[in-house]
Design a protein around this ligand. Sequence first.
Ligand code: NAD
Length: 454
Amino acid sequence: MGSELFYRGHDDEDETQQQKSDVVYTPKPNKPLLLITRPIRYVLREQRLIFVFIGIAIATLIFALLPSSSSPSPYTKFENDNALIANTYFPSSESNRILSQKSNVYHENRGGMGLISAGGKIPLGLKRKGLRIVVTGGAGFVGSHLVDRLINRGDSVIVVDNFFTGRKENVMHHLGNPRFELIRHDVVEPLLLEVDQIYHLACPASPVHYKFNPVKTIKTNVVGTLNMLGLAKRIGARFLLTSTSEVYGDPLQHPQVETYWGNVNPIGVRSCYDEGKRTAETLTMDYHRGAGVEVRIARIFNTYGPRMGIDDGRVVSNFVAQALRKEPMTVYGDGKQTRSFQYVSDLVEGLMRLMEGEHVGPFNLGNPGEFTMMELAQVVQETIDPNAKIEYRPNTEDDPHKRKPDISKAKELLGWEPAVSLRKGLPLMVSDFRQRIFGDHKDSADLSMATTTS
Ligand SMILES: NC(=O)c1ccc[n+]([C@@H]2O[C@H](COP(=O)([O-])OP(=O)(O)OC[C@H]3O[C@@H](n4cnc5c(N)ncnc54)[C@H](O)[C@@H]3O)[C@@H](O)[C@H]2O)c1
């Protein structure tokens, strides 16, 4: 069968040859299909490189368009959750406004990461995707309480601290938690980290410490804040500055409203702190207006609570430590100067609401309850020792006569106001001080209660 086929084939060939020799050669007309395919075949064979380039161009185009198209990004779920929560908590027009504001930020700031960095309008206490947060000065008094709350909320926290006034003991209970990192670093040196939010607290807050090395204090306030703002700009993170009621100086307006510009001595012994913080506020606003960085400014009034430096020279810690050690409480001046005292958990709540909210500030965060130094001494006597003595000393330079926050703005725009009165908060701090001064462990349960009060 095979040979038969082979043979027939030869016949056909011979026959064709014969026919060819019989007929005069006339070139076949070009088939139209051939006309089209020939150049294509030529290009395919000879110009392959062009196709490689076209392929690269198409791929580049697709990848460039992909995030803004329908492709799911790791943040899409967060975005959807946000919309859901915004719709639940705000009437539709309000939620649309918030979300469109967010998407502006998203595009303005840094494409893919912007929505997370915006912090999200998620009410505190609701389950949400954890953020990556830097807390400078996180080993200090306020910073460590803030870190506790952020870690409890499910965020990943990096503490950056040079331990000038902060203590590792304040954050040691988080060591070993994979969502916690501690970096010894001075903020006057630049630092590169990838985070969504920056709480910038690093700065000695008590007069004893900031007067110890004023040049370093002003450098921390100016260069340190510049570095952190630069980082926020670079990575598109939201930045919160912890400023102070000291920006009002010795105020001529009482109580102090955020619109008050203050009465500050620019060349006094406290200037490294109060003028330093005023400069930090200026830098923060300039980075906001000039570089589009999302910023928040808190003006913190006197705050007290567990983990305060025992001998840091601040009036509440002074009185408590002195009364516990059976030493006379030192009152500077006539004791009629006033301060308002805020428990630390109230402050932390305010800072977090500010960071998560939509308003730049500045916001006064303080307890409007106003006490003279003599009244404070009495509360300490009631709490620790009714027989504790008072000793008068000459007043320190530039000590403000009055201080009381007007917190209407924070109440209205952040829905925040302090919840812990001095008489309720002071015993919690006394337990912690007693434990640290005398190594008394029986009150440790009180401390944990204090750190979670909010
Ligand atoms: N506690 C208050 O009553 C109060 C009032 C107004 C403003 N504030 C502000 O709140 C923030 C925290 O205050 P606090 O009471 O927790 O003070 P704190 O001294 O306990 O904490 C400050 C932290 O910053 C760290 N730090 C200082 N300089 C640094 C530097 N150059 N680099 C890195 N870390 C540095 C310290 O080691 C410390 O851990 C400060 O910015 C302070 O100005 C506090």
